[in-house]
Design a protein around this ligand. Structure first.
Ligand code: GLA
Length: 378
């Protein structure tokens, strides 16, 4: 089964945009293996938009850009596969791709076969230049059937930016992950907005099909194609922890050949990745802080894990340091139960001991605290 867990990998768009070529993609494949990303679970290496010639060939087939990819896509996918990685590519449901290259509208079955011949394992499918008379659900359905008929198992990553509430229907049409928001930018306000916009839709994610609030910006620090000032380390930590807690795909977007040590070890944090990949894929449950003003921008969650433990998560998305409290009655552990939570800090590993009734954590502005929790008798 494809996408049994939220897919993990790297995509060229955030950092490189149109400046992609086969040597770069090979270097990325090398980096994914040599720098420990594959071992951490990142399997898919995905080439985004701008890989094609501007026109199809005389047989109506897509053609890789001859200057950027002189050896062709099959040779490149062979290289990627030789590294133990899976190979992803990009097309679009509309008349042209977002960067004005040929798209698959009306060519779905031919293109799916071409991708299969090239050894593609993952297709990102965008939504630019979609005709007004077109039917969005049908268009994604057509490519879904074309991929299944292609003769190769290809993960279908839809990208219609949340148009027509995709969480309600993408699973039914065979999609494995679907972009539910506009494009992420490399700044705190961007990931805050798109991440939090999906809290109520995460209940639709489950093995086989996941909500995708876009690629990671961790480690970009304002460099690249979606750079807008960048984030602080604290903010990247919050972004990554949120994507892990939400159980959404982890597609890295930074230049992983040379992200700094902080970002590399963050994106390879075993415990956070294990939470993201938990086999039950339960979305987090938001616990409201009674009596706290809404404009404090505070979010507390509990997430059930398959091993019987829980994650308690405290996010301070506001601009001032805060003490956040999570009343345990809100997660079904009232005072009279005689039970409490034994907490371990996920980032520091510190044993925080057992707590009863409520736990309050000091959380810096734009920061988060995450705890692994076990129910214990007191
Ligand atoms: C859209 C998508 C992005 C990226 C670009 C490529 O904006 O949402 O993720 O694929 O197109 O042009």
């Amino acid at each position: 089964m494809l996408a049994q867990r939220p897919p993990m990998g790297w995509n060229s768009w955030n950092t490189f945009g149109k400046d992609i070529h086969e040597d770069l993609i090979k270097e990325m494949a090398d980096a994914m293996v040599d720098l420990g990303y594959l071992d951490a679970g990142y399997t898919y290496l995905v080439i985004d938009d701008c890989w094609a010639e501007k026109q199809r060939d005389e047989n109506g087939k897509l053609v890789p850009d001859k200057e950027k990819f002189p050896s062709g896509m099959k040779a490149l996918s062979d290289y990627v596969h030789s590294k133990g990685l899976k190979f992803g590519m990009y097309s679009c449901a509309g008349l042209r791709t977002c960067a004005d290259y040929p798209s698959s509208y009306g060519h779905e079955f031919v293109d799916a076969k071409t991708f299969a011949e090239w050894g593609v394992d993952f297709l990102k499918y965008d939504f630019c230049y979609f005709p007004q008379s077109g039917n969005c659900k049908q268009a994604y359905q057509t490519m879904s059937l074309a991929l299944k008929h292609s003769g190769r198992e290809i993960l279908f990553s839809a990208c219609n930016w949340g148009v027509e509430d995709p969480w309600n229907w993408m699973r039914s049409i065979g999609v494995h992950m679907y972009r539910s928001t506009g494009d992420i930018q490399d700044k705190f306000e961007s990931f805050k907005k798109i991440g939090l916009s999906q809290v109520d839709n995460l209940c639709c994610s489950a093995p086989g099909c996941y909500n995708d609030p876009d690629m990671l910006i961790v480690g970009m620090y304002g460099k690249g194609n979606v750079g807008l000032g960048g984030c602080t380390d604290e903010e990247y930590r919050t972004h990554f922890a949120m994507w892990c807690l939400f159980g959404v795909p982890l597609m890295m977007g930074g230049d992983i050949r040379n992200v700094n040590e902080f970002s590399r070890s963050l994106m390879q944090n075993k415990e956070l990745i294990a939470i993201n990949q938990d086999e039950e894929a339960r979305p987090p449950y938001r616990v409201y802080n009674q009596g706290y003003p809404n404009d404090w921008d505070t979010y507390t969650f509990i997430k059930h894990l398959s091993n019987g433990e829980y994650v308690l998560a405290y996010f301070n998305m506001g601009d001032e340091d805060r003490k956040l409290s999570l009343p345990f009655v809100g997660v079904g552990l009232p005072y009279y139960s005689g039970c409490g939570f034994h907490l371990t800090d996920i980032f520091s590993g510190e044993d925080m001991g057992a707590h009863y009734d409520i736990y309050s954590a000091q959380v810096p502005a734009h920061g988060c605290r995450l705890f692994r929790a076990k129910v214990v008798d007191l």
